[in-house]
Design a protein around this ligand. Structure first.
Ligand code: GLU
Length: 460
């Protein structure tokens, strides 16, 4: 039975790269009909950020990652780790260490010097009787190598002489990450440990612990580390944000899902949008890259725009409503959306792209003159002709607006681009909009005439 785990430390809200580990474990479990265990590794009390746990759970839910067991909370399992650590002491695989902080500080850089390993049993009993503060350390063999066949990377080995007699249980009774992770992976019957390469240097310590306990060793794989565009490990400094941030910026869950899954895994040309159902069918560790993926936010924009273009209009309307900040009627939005769907990258852009439909835009006289290629006077006269033409349009439709304004442009001997760009700038205040005649049609005769008159005044 395949059993994997996602084991976040609640030390902050994870950015999207960190959520990838959860996604890969989830997909691996679901693909193989296995189980995903959620475990909260909160034993580092100094780095604990209490608000982060609910956020982590919310992120998993919004992306569609479900788990089968847990969340197990390590800080509620202290007695288990304490008992197991003492068992190792009894077996001679671990020992009490009474060294003071000051003494350890003096050793910096050279690792623990096994000072307390040399204490005689009566000396230990004496120190314990005096309630001397102490930790439990693993007795790491001085010789030999510890290695494993990584599921993703190649074989990895470490010399034991380079591995410290690491602390397992701290003086406050809390386990270190190493002790807790090994005990829990064993007790929770984890078959595959899948995590980021930043944990590779911890793995030999874990393997030595499995040996000390006499436990079978799970399969182990390490995902490549995601790099920022500057090739440094991805961080918030690179603009990497949490799934929650991206969602509130108007990215869709499936775009985030696709973007995230490609950060270290490939499928054909990596440009396809992938749904969770599809991913569960096709995901496998063999397609995990060993090279380090680069975080490129433009790819997220690409997937989001692509997904928005594929949405049926009613669905898009439903998704976009919560992002509307401007006052605009539903019927107007329904008319505008089909025209801007192609251009939308993020749902939040709806405000910027529809604002001029409901409020008089700022008019940039210089921009109009640059496009009209006429003098101020001529431009004002041209706009006056446009007002007249528009006023005379009887059946207000896209087709008649187009016909009449083309007629005018030809009659005045103007080129189409300056003729229509002038109208666009005068009416909308911007040079990029959906097709001009559609925009005029939606605005309606009264508003179009008002805006043309306003622009004439602005030009004076
Ligand atoms: N608690 C570790 C983290 O925050 C998990 C390491 C592991 O997966 O073993 O990422």
């Amino acid at each position: 039975m395949i059993r994997v785990r996602f084991a976040p430390s609640p030390t902050g809200i994870p950015h999207i790269g960190n959520t990838r580990t959860a996604l890969y474990n989830f997909l691996f479990a679901r693909h193989h009909g296995g189980k995903l265990v959620l475990r909260i590794e909160d034993t580092d009390r100094e780095r604990l950020v209490p608000e982060s746990l609910p956020k982590i759970l919310e992120i998993l839910k919004l992306i569609g990652i479900t788990w089968d067991e847990g969340p197990y909370i390590q800080s509620k399992r202290l007695a288990i780790y304490q008992k197991l650590a003492h068992q190792l002491v009894d077996k001679g695989k671990a020992y009490y260490c009474f060294c003071s902080k000051e003494r350890l500080a003096g050793l910096r850089g050279q690792g623990y010097d096994q000072h307390c390993l040399k204490l005689t049993p009566p000396a230990v009993v004496g120190l314990m009787a005096k309630k001397t503060s102490h930790v439990i350390r693993l007795r790491v063999p001085d010789q030999g190598v510890t290695g494993w066949q990584d599921l993703i990377q190649s074989r990895i080995e470490f010399k034991n002489e380079l591995i410290d007699d690491q602390v397992l249980l701290k003086s406050d009774g809390y386990p270190t990450y190493h002790l807790a992770v090994v005990c829990d992976d064993h007790l929770m019957k984890i078959s595959h440990i899948l995590r980021g390469v930043e944990w590779i240097s911890s793995t030999p310590k874990h393997l030595l612990l499995y040996q000390a306990f006499g436990w079978p060793i799970p399969q182990i794989g390490h995902f490549p580390v995601i790099l920022g565009p500057d090739k440094a490990k991805l961080s918030k400094r690179h603009g990497a944000k949490s799934v929650l941030d991206y969602l509130s910026e108007g990215y869709l869950p499936d775009a985030l899902l696709t973007f995230m899954v490609y950060l270290g895994w490939s499928y054909k040309d990596n440009s396809k949008l992938l749904s969770m159902d599809k991913l569960i069918k096709i995901f496998g560790l063999e397609k995990i890259q060993t090279g380090n993926p680069i975080f490129d936010i433009q790819k997220l924009d690409y997937f989001n725009a692509k997904l928005i273009r594929q949405l049926a209009l009613p669905k898009l309307i439903q998704l976009i409503k919560p992002f509307l900040k401007i006052k605009i009627s539903s019927s107007l939005i329904n008319q505008i959306l089909p025209l801007i769907q192609e251009r939308l990258v993020k749902l939040t852009e709806i405000n910027e792209l529809t604002e001029y439909f409901v409020t008089q835009p700022k008019i940039d006289a210089a921009a109009i003159l640059k496009e009209s290629k006429l003098t101020v006077k001529e431009t004002i006269e041209y706009l006056e002709q446009v007002v007249k033409t528009v006023t005379n349009v009887v059946d207000w439709s896209v087709a008649s607006l187009e016909a009449k304004l083309h007629e005018l442009q030809a009659k005045l001997g103007l080129k189409p681009r300056p003729a229509f760009m002038t109208i666009r700038l005068a009416v909308t205040g911007r040079s990029a909009t959906p097709p001009l005649f559609d925009v005029l049609y939606i605005l309606g005769k009264t508003t179009v005439i008002k805006r043309l008159t306003y622009a004439q005044k602005a030009l004076k």
